[in-house]
Design a binder for this molecule. Sequence first.
Ligand code: SF4
Length: 250
Amino acid sequence: MKISKRIYIGLLVASLAMIALIFFGVYNLVRFQEYPLFRTITIGLASLFLCGFVLVAAGIAALVLTILREKNSPTFEGCMRMATTFLFPIAVNLGKLFGIDRERVWASFIEVNNYLVRTRRNLAVKGRLVILAPHCLQESNCPVKITTDINNCRRCGKCDICGLLELADKYGVTLRVATGGTLARKIIGETRPQGVVAIACERDLSLGIQDANHLPVMGVLNQRPYGPCQDTRVDLSRVEEALMTMLGGG
Ligand code: SF4
């Protein structure tokens, strides 16, 4: 299913407009207070809000321009990150209000993130790139423990871990399997990568991308033919595409 970047960007703009409306409503209610101290505090808070608002609005504008021009704007990277991170929870909830499924908003956010990563080239060098896969990709009856050592996998081909190992060998990158966010963070801390290709569901990927902060992460959604967290699959061609992008060849 093709998810449009427009969903998330539209919700960012709507979130910003909603915050501005609420703020000016509250500001108008309190600005005519008689007490000078109260007025000074209100004006001080309003000025702070205005600074934050301008930065976030600049971030959204830079995001739209980056997508239109297909070129990254390094000067505005901080603003773009601030806009997407700060407004993310508001955008998801606003989406719900408009009847947009949360998974679609998360998927759209991942599309926007991947696009931004794609506009940057030569992000990672071999050996400094990690493929982070979820444990649910492993065939549920497989007896080997791959979270501690991926080389325990016998490459029997019953699940996509085998294909991911082949991709990791082909591109000289590290493959690790995580059972959750805590282990994923530990792996990032241990391997200190320059980039990550992360495979997960919409929710985990969105949270992981935000968690990674400055680290570029290309997200690849898993497929759930048996429902969430069981015998999931991944489109290996999409993982390969993400690897090539990260290594500057895509
Ligand atoms: S490829 Fe085979 S051995 Fe490896 S994790 Fe999957 S089921 Fe287990």
